[in-house]
Ligand binder design. Structure first.
Ligand SMILES: C[S@@+](CC[C@H](N)C(=O)[O-])C[C@H]1O[C@@H](n2cnc3c(N)ncnc32)[C@H](O)[C@@H]1O
Length: 274
């Protein structure tokens, strides 16, 4: 299915206003490949027909939701980039646990969690390396704009290919059960993560205060002003001694006075600036 220039610019405008996703010229192929199944499912024989229906919905109906969902890039893997998780394990968490010893409470937020590999990596790491947290109030919140990835994440069911990406073999044996061709994460791990739909440019009502925030590989798809507005909001939902981790190709250096950077174990982490 081909997209016309006018429809491409309509869809790009819709994606930007609803999700802050930037679709630059040249991404027509992406719109065509991702929206063809949405169009077919909606009974539209062309993307033009789909756009007629979308315009009629004014960007607020169920079809628009499906289009945004389909346009999200959900690439993720267990322990992505490895070193941020090591930095967390070896430095950030031990220091934090010491500071929270009397409260016995720890909260982590994986914003833009995709199919769950990121928050589940955190949950496995806590179980594996921090037995002293037994009896603590541990909160792992994982959010995403896409209901499709959240539904998959809640199942904790991964293909062989997915568990071969980043997951240590010992974790696969200890925390997963084989089921047909898939691997399913044990319920005790799944129970540790609370998955919720949240649009980073929508309402954050009901969100608490977090000690560690992962917001990785999502801001790269957004323009600078939106990125800074989201980071200002993130800061409001972080403990003053909390830590923010970005994707390995992302940096705030020289971009924002909201956070100060700290190099720990060769990783750059961010802390709320006072
Ligand atoms: C590339 S994945 C990153 C997953 C994980 N954080 C990682 O680094 O492996 C980006 C995720 O951001 C989500 N996303 C995109 N725009 C969003 C928005 N406006 N609000 C919340 N999530 C969004 C997508 O649905 C997608 O699952």
């Amino acid at each position: 299915m081909k997209v016309t220039a006018a429809d491409f610019s309509y869809i790009a405008g819709l994606a930007k206003s609803v999700s802050a996703l930037e679709l630059d010229q040249g991404k027509e192929y992406l719109v065509e490949s991702r929206l063809a199944p949405v169009a077919a499912q909606a009974g539209c024989t062309s993307l033009e027909a789909l756009c007629v229906r979308l315009r009629a919905e004014n960007g607020r109906g169920p079809l628009s939701g499906q289009v945004i969902d389909a346009l999200t890039t959900n690439e993720t893997l267990f322990f992505r980039d490895f070193h941020p998780f090591e930095t967390l394990r070896l430095h950030i968490l031990p220091e934090l646990i010491e500071r929270r010893a009397s409260l016995r409470r720890l909260s982590i937020w994986s914003a833009a969690c995709s199919t769950g590999q990121e928050p589940y990596s955190l949950a496995m790491m806590l179980l594996e390396h921090f037995p002293q947290l037994a009896g603590w109030n541990i909160q792992i919140l994982a959010t995403d704009i896409s209901p499709t990835v959240l539904a998959r994440a809640r199942l904790g069911r991964y293909s062989k290919l997915e568990v071969n990406r980043g997951l240590p073999a010992s974790y696969l044996i200890r925390y997963f059960q084989a089921d047909g061709k898939d691997w399913v994460l044990q319920e005790r791990l799944r129970k540790l993560v609370d998955f919720r739909e949240l649009n980073l440019i929508g309402s954050w009502a009901g969100l608490g205060l977090y000690d560690v925030v992962f917001i990785r590989n999502v801001l790269i798809y957004m323009e600078q002003a939106t990125k800074l507005a989201i980071l200002a909001n993130v800061k409001r939902h972080m403990a003053s001694d909390g830590t923010l981790l970005l994707g390995s190709a992302e940096t705030l250096l020289g971009e924002s006075a909201l956070f100060r950077s700290r190099v720990v174990n060769n990783s750059v982490v961010y802390e709320p600036a006072s």
